[in-house]
Ligand binder design. Sequence first.
Ligand SMILES: [Fe+2]
Length: 283
Amino acid sequence: MEKKPLDGPFGVEISGLNLTQKLDAATRAHVNSAFVDNVVLCFRGQSFKTPDEFLHAVENLGRPMPPVTATYRLPGYEAIEELTNQATDKRTGDDLPLKRGGSWHTDHSNLACPPKATVLYAIEVPELGGNTEFTNLYLAYDALDDNTKQRIRGRRAFHAYLSRRAPRKLLTRTKAEEEGSSGCWQPLVREHPETGRAALYLNPMRCDAVEGLDEAEGDALLDTLYAHCEQPQFQYSHRWRPGDVLIWDNRCALHQATFDFDRHKLRYLHRIMLRGDAPRLAI
Ligand SMILES: [Fe+2]
């Protein structure tokens, strides 16, 4: 097993590790510390003959968690989703290709216990474009001025399923799905449960209000923080190769997919999220 930095300010590539094998405890611990230390981890050259092999591989990294909406689940699998640029919103009947994940967000932050990580397996990807981009929210938090840190530490934001301010639409939920995902208050600055470090915890798709601030003040604060996070020194853009398995830490990163490639080319990945804890306020 070899490690080398990815092409950006954070992230690590691991080669020489076959994830279809059940990893022993020492190797798992080694992989987990590479993951929490580097936020994004890429295992190159993986080859799964069946979805079950992918599922078992991911069980080396954590406990799989089903998505809130069942629409894009791989038939026969609760926790594996298909991510494809050729999907449309099957429920609304909109026949435009769905640009899933096409703006900055962190997965399922409207749940009391959002997924700690998300894992993607690249099956077919365009040669150019279709990257997944990441913002490191430890770095973004550390670079804030002291006044802003003081203003947001200990404060919470409300994460709805779909914020009134969201830049794109999300899948329509069934009534049953709505009940389990109505929204909740989350820390603006989150203490990472494994590293103990403070990170911003934001979601432009879901944040609807800031505790103790009126709507205009809350919106202005969120906009300032979002703009701050856009700086390239906090970002890594992953150029996919078929066979990549990428895992990222939702507790300290934003991500987005890019749709800058020929829409007739296929971008097809499998996705599994891993269960996480209730976010803790950094105080
Ligand atoms: Fe996502």
